[in-house]
Design a protein around this ligand. Structure first.
Ligand code: NDP
Length: 292
């Protein structure tokens, strides 16, 4: 079993980005600038946004964090998006999800300029992805592809079972893995909460991508010997032995499943770190596209 280590691979990407940004600075070009909009005080969202801002610093990018209160109206969020669309200092920006209930995520995502949409959630970017056209690819699926590529994992002709059909993970990773690219050229089966015979489908998978948000759902008896297992899940479970009282586990029962795998990602330390590195890559791409 080989660990697909998000710490090592994301550090490699960040080092490459750092060099790229130093080159831009030496050539008198603009330093990429990422903005993040955080509405409310959701602790998980705060953690994610802070690590994105910190990663910008690490690679030498500029970042701006815009905080709005939990009580912010949809109009206020839309007006913030509009300002960022028109601000030439900002190359790309994200609106951290989920948003408070009074705000339509659909409307907000649609309002983002697709050429600044470094999260890749805008319908135009999802459409480009579906057609194999250049655009911003959502950071988590992009991170998975980057990981497979850098670890030289063979994907062509393999049966990949994706657990979950969300717009941010399951659906886009399915599109990427079926494309005529490397990594890619998989035969993809997408499973969701209504899938019948899930265990049997999983047992036939050469590659499993688990993105359902159910702690340790995938067990050893569901996994074929030698499978590649990508665990996207981030689930907080109680752990009284820890000072915090909790710990993070994935959608895969790592201890049971790992011995059967050819490759597996750990949680934490796997796909999550790749997601942030991919956001940085998308921000560099944004400065190259927008040429402010
Ligand atoms: P969503 O809740 O949006 O989607 C979950 C998907 O899983 C749905 O398609 C749902 O089916 C499916 N599902 C739920 N239960 C089952 C089941 N028992 N069997 C089969 N399918 C099931 O989640 P996300 O895609 O946003 O996130 C999934 C996980 O990944 C979460 O733990 C999240 O925290 C994590 N995550 C991690 C990231 C990272 O950077 N590592 C980034 C983003 C998410 P249906 O459509 O029928 O409801």
């Amino acid at each position: 079993m080989q660990l697909l280590d998000g710490k090592i691979i994301s550090a490699m990407i960040k080092d490459e980005l750092k060099i790229e940004i130093e080159k831009r600075i030496a050539a008198g070009q603009k330093v990429p600038h990422l903005a993040a909009v955080l509405v409310g005080n959701n602790p998980a969202s705060e953690t994610y946004v802070f690590s994105k801002v910190k990663s910008c610093e690490e690679v030498g990018m500029d970042s701006t964090l815009i905080r709005l209160p939990d009580s912010a109206t949809e109009a206020e969020v839309l007006s913030t998006v509009e300002k960022l669309n028109n601000d030439t200092a900002i190359d790309g920006f994200i609106v951290q999800l989920p948003l408070p209930a009074q705000i339509s995520e659909k409307k907000v995502l649609k309002a983002i300029n697709p050429d600044k949409d470094v999260d890749g959630f805008h319908e135009v970017n999802i459409g480009r992805l579906a057609l194999g056209l250049p655009g911003f690819v959502p950071a988590t699926p992009m991170g998975i592809i980057e990981m497979l590529k850098r670890a030289n994992v063979e994907t062509a002709g393999k049966h990949c079972v994706v657990l979950g059909r969300s717009h941010i993970v399951g659906m886009p990773i399915s599109l990427l893995l079926m494309q005529n690219t490397n990594p890619g050229n998989c035969t993809v089966t997408i499973c969701h909460s209504r899938t019948a015979g899930l265990e049997t489908i999983l047992q036939s998978a050469d590659i499993i991508v688990a993105a359902i948000g159910k702690p340790r759902f995938v067990k050893a008896n569901m996994v074929k010997q030698g499978a590649v297992v990508i665990d996207v899940g981030i689930n907080r479970i109680a752990d009284p032995s820890r000072k915090s009282g909790h710990r993070i586990v994935g959608d895969v029962d790592f201890d049971e499943v790992a011995p059967k795998c050819s490759f597996i990602t750990p949680v934490p330390g796997g796909v999550g770190l790749m997601t942030i590195a991919s956001l940085m890559l998308n921000t560099l791409k944004a400065v190259q596209i927008n040429k402010y």
